[in-house]
Write a protein that binds this ligand. Structure first.
Ligand SMILES: [Zn+2]
Length: 336
């Protein structure tokens, strides 16, 4: 392998692409979708490197031809990666224009010219429109891969011009087995099943996110939310305590918690201990209706964060927490 990485749960996707390639039916545009932390970008990188490798093997790129060496060095002229530039929350039209100019030039090695857009949902409207023209008029030996965990945020016109591959989390047993082999830390090892549950089955999330620091943040945040409901803490105090935390992370945690409640009645395994406590508290105070309404609020906040550069994160957090606290009187009727 030269760049990227294949994980066991990529087998089906790999088979599909390799079959298309071997049959000379490789589509020029692909959309890789599915939850975060399944290694979609790794897979995209591994696949384009097998296209650019001079001596590809059945398993992918060889790792030591000159093509692979250029890939590793990040200097292969037939690969473009469009991603967020520093401090930007959007992939902009200038980046796409630059890519389009590059894409019409002939390839250096006479083989494929490949591009990856990640996270594709971050293309702004103008960028997406500019890309659309390119997707409508495919040129030979060009392969572009759009990687996203939010395909619905891409214009339907873009989606419909791509071949779609949906990545799904591996079966639980497979994931636990893989993680047991991969994780060295003994303390983490003991918690694999629980952490995998928290990670919604995404193995790489267990590895990447569930560091001690993340778990601590999670625990403190959930406890704080419980304290607000119990009247032990004010929203403003809590907003001050979490001022330094990344708001996007907090919002994702909040989603996780509420989803946990939504699916509580359908799940077969018990929630992690921490969740059980807070879930009980939230149910005591909130009806299902209120939870749905709060999920809407979180979605709004998430959209605002994704779309804007200069938001006052502290203010948004304060507003959300005030909204959260306003339902803390169990005797007050749900507002319909
Ligand atoms: Zn190679």
């Amino acid at each position: 392998m030269s760049i990227g990485r294949l994980y066991p749960w990529h087998r089906e996707a790999q088979l599909r692409l390799m079959t298309a390639l071997n049959n000379h039916q490789l589509a020029h545009a692909w959309l890789f979708c599915g939850p975060e932390h399944l290694g979609k970008l790794d897979f995209a990188l591994a696949f384009v490197s097998s296209l650019l490798c001079e001596k590809p093997r059945e398993t992918g790129a060889c790792g030591d031809c000159s093509g692979c060496r250029l890939l590793k060095a990040g200097t292969h002229s037939d690969l473009r990666i469009l991603t967020l530039e520093e401090d930007s929350k959007q992939i902009k039209i200038d980046q796409v224009r630059d890519f389009l100019e590059w894409a019409v030039q002939s390839t250096q090695a006479g083989g494929f010219k490949t591009a990856i857009i990640w996270p594709a949902e971050r293309m702004n409207r103008n960028a997406a429109n500019a890309l659309l023209k390119y997707l409508e008029e495919p040129a030979g030996n060009r392969v572009i891969i759009l990687v996203t965990h939010q395909p619905d945020r891409l214009p339907a016109t873009i989606r419909s011009r791509c071949q779609r591959i949906n990545f799904v989390a591996p079966p639980r047993n497979e994931a636990i087995e893989w993680l047991s082999r991969d994780i060295q830390d003994t303390a983490l090892k003991e918690r694999i099943a629980e952490l995998l549950e928290l990670a919604r089955g995404a193995p790489l999330k267990v590895k990447r996110l569930f560091t001690d620091e993340y778990l601590k943040l999670r625990e403190e945040f959930f406890s704080g939310l419980g304290d607000i409901l119990a009247g032990k803490k004010t929203p403003l105090k809590m907003a001050a305590e979490f001022e330094k935390a990344d708001l996007a992370n907090l919002i994702e945690l909040w989603f996780e918690l509420l989803w946990e409640i939504q699916r509580k009645d359908y799940r077969t395994e018990p929630a992690a201990a921490l969740e059980q406590g807070i879930i009980g508290k939230i149910q005591q105070y909130y009806g299902a209706e209120n939870i749905f309404r709060f999920l809407d609020r979180l979605s709004e906040a998430r959209k605002m964060l994704a779309a804007n550069y200069n938001l006052n994160a502290r203010l948004i957090l304060e507003e959300l927490l005030i909204g959260w606290s306003e339902r803390n009187d169990p005797s007050s009727p749900n507002t319909y």
